[in-house]
Ligand binder design. Structure first.
Ligand code: CO
Length: 134
């Protein structure tokens, strides 16, 4: 079921500073920031030869990553995203095997405009996992 690693998402307290660090220290090409109002985050993308890194910072009030940043003031890895071919099929197989879907359990349109679900970290070694249909 599980396919390629699509991205690793890192929450950062200061997006400008984090962008500059990736550019100056790693020589990475970092995209311009995008405000994703529906998701309550501002994001930049770093394309690597084999995957992407997303740097996220809260946008507006009640951002879903605000609490994460309170617990991890210097930032931290927030989730990893695996690609799946059929998200509805993946969802039903996982639920059948005891996984929990975060939120109302429905497939949502994620930050990349693709269908996604998030799996509860409790069942996955403390790791928040996003599955994206691609
Ligand atoms: Co993601």
């Amino acid at each position: 079921m599980i396919g390629r690693l699509n991205h690793i998402a890192i929450v950062v307290p200061d997006l400008g500073k984090a962008t500059k660090q990736y550019e100056d220290l790693f020589g990475a090409v970092v995209s311009l920031p995008q405000n994703l109002d529906d998701h309550g985050v501002t994001v930049v993308f770093i394309e690597l030869p084999n995957t992407k890194i997303e740097l996220l910072t809260p946008l507006g009030i009640n951002s879903p990553i605000e609490k994460f940043l309170e617990r991890n003031p210097s930032g931290g890895i927030h989730h990893i995203c695996y690609e799946v071919a059929d998200i509805s099929k993946a969802k039903s197989v996982l639920i059948e095997k005891g996984a929990r879907i975060i939120g109302d359990g429905e497939v949502k349109i994620g930050a990349h405009g693709k269908p996604v679900i998030f799996l509860h970290p409790k069942e996955f070694n403390g790791t928040l996992i996003e599955l994206e249909e691609l």
